[in-house]
Design a protein around this ligand. Structure first.
Ligand code: UDP
Ligand code: GLC
Length: 384
């Protein structure tokens, strides 16, 4: 019988999409602990699920260290990184398997493995490409994965292809699509808007953390071409992208959108808020590794317009479950939003199909089964 003591490792205490997945994967594993580089809302959420949390003494602020920083800029951090590696090794000693949930967590856990050898699984939530990682970083990630990962779990074919194209071993990859257990509470769009003080006219929304690659600026450019359309921007800069948040607010003023665009900040009721809008826009300018918000919109029955890159075309079944537009193309995005708003009455069959697809392909149970099987396989292989 395979042992069950798993050490989950994540670099951030924030609640990004990858950490929301970690919460679901770790929940219910009573013998598991979670090692975090820093405290934050994630620590609280884990504690609420009765999971033991070990927080590094040295990791605070590392999450905001730019992923593409040069090796030279990273030099002063080396001492702290070494200290975290020792902390991970110490924690790993009490566990049978280490499960790294982010790339920084994976790199440090892989080095810690030199001290305490445990099977290491990497749940890779990123597209490994030059857009997000420096050359050295990519070589380090891939080199370590090829040398010592027992398995690399990715949420989409897009993330798998990027890993392999970057030199990763294809046999390590296991695609387990993200799954959500959302039980939408249906509410009337008009009532919700009245409650939230939102306008009654056409309204679109974007529900992602604020970061340049999430492309909120493309939506603002599109809105400049749609004079009657209002917009809510939900989400905050979680990983140090404050400059971008400031730039977005400046753009709203420059484009004269002040009376049509509202920033609602980070919210914990995204699926409910989504039901207030006529279109959920997903404008990422780099390929999205997965995109939980796509599935959330499908589940609550809101039309989606998304960038045709990364996992979006798979999730939206190449346009059958939502509209796809070229990346970074504001005029095309404006046209697609107009088309959805104009054809709202005919959209119901597409929305029903999207909700069915989200429930069957992207359920939490399916994701947990996939990951559970894989962990058992890794543990059995390690014990053999
Ligand atoms: N989210 C949230 N509050 C916000 C904005 C986003 O809870 O203000 C949630 C959103 O509902 C989704 C997750 O954060 O479940 C983001 O995951 P996604 O995969 O879409 O993107 P990521 O931010 O992980 O790149
Ligand atoms: C990352 C990706 C996002 C994905 C999430 C969970 O944050 O950016 O696309 O949905 O992880 O896998």
């Amino acid at each position: 019988m395979a042992a069950e003591r798993i050490l989950f490792v994540d670099h951030t205490g924030q609640l990004g999409g990858a950490e929301l997945i970690l919460l679901d994967v770790a929940a219910g594993r009573t013998d598991a602990s979670v090692f975090l580089f820093e405290p934050g809302p994630l620590s609280k959420a884990l504690a609420e699920r009765r999971l033991e949390v070990v927080t590094s003494k040295w990791g605070e602020g590392l999450a905001r260290f730019r992923r593409d920083s040069s090796a030279l800029a990273a030099l002063p951090l080396l001492g702290r990184l070494m200290a975290i590696i020792l902390e991970i090794a110490r924690a790993a000693r009490r566990h049978d398997l280490v499960y790294a949930n982010s790339q920084k967590a994976f790199v440090l856990a892989a080095i810690a493995r030199l001290l305490v050898r445990r099977p290491l699984v990497w749940h890779l939530h990123d597209i490994i490409s030059a857009a997000h990682f420096g050359r050295l970083q990519r070589r380090l990630q891939i080199g370590l994965a090829n040398a010592c990962a027992a398995k690399v779990i990715v949420p989409s074919r897009a993330a798998a292809t990027a890993f392999i194209d970057a030199g990763g071993r294809p046999d390590l990859i296991e695609i387990v699509p993200n799954g959500l257990a959302l039980q939408p509470e249906p509410c009337l769009r008009s009532e919700l808007r009245a409650m939230l003080g939102l306008p009654t006219g056409p309204l679109v929304g974007v529900f992602s953390r604020l970061a340049p690659w999430k492309g909120q600026h493309v939506l603002l450019q599109a809105l400049a071409k749609l004079p009657d359309v209002g917009c809510i921007i939900v989400g905050d800069a979680l990983f140090g992208e404050q400059d971008y948040a400031t730039r977005l607010r400046a753009m709203v003023a420059e484009l004269g959108l002040g009376d049509r665009v509202r920033f609602l900040g980070h919210r914990s009721d995204v699926p409910r808020l989504m039901q207030a809008v006529d279109v959920m826009v997903h404008p990422s300018i780099d390929p999205e590794p997965f995109g939980r918000t796509l599935v959330e919109a499908m589940l609550v029955g809101v039309p989606v317009v998304a960038t045709d890159a990364g996992a979006a075309p798979d999730i939206l079944e190449r346009g059958r479950a939502g509209s796809l537009v070229p990346s970074g193309d504001a005029p095309a995005l404006a046209r697609a939003i107009s088309a959805v708003l104009a054809g709202a009455e005919q959209l119901q069959p597409q929305l029903d199909y999207a909700a069915r697809r989200a429930r069957s392909e992207y359920s939490l149970a399916r994701m947990l089964d996939g990951i559970g099987l894989l962990i058992n396989k890794v543990q059995t292989g390690a014990a053999a």
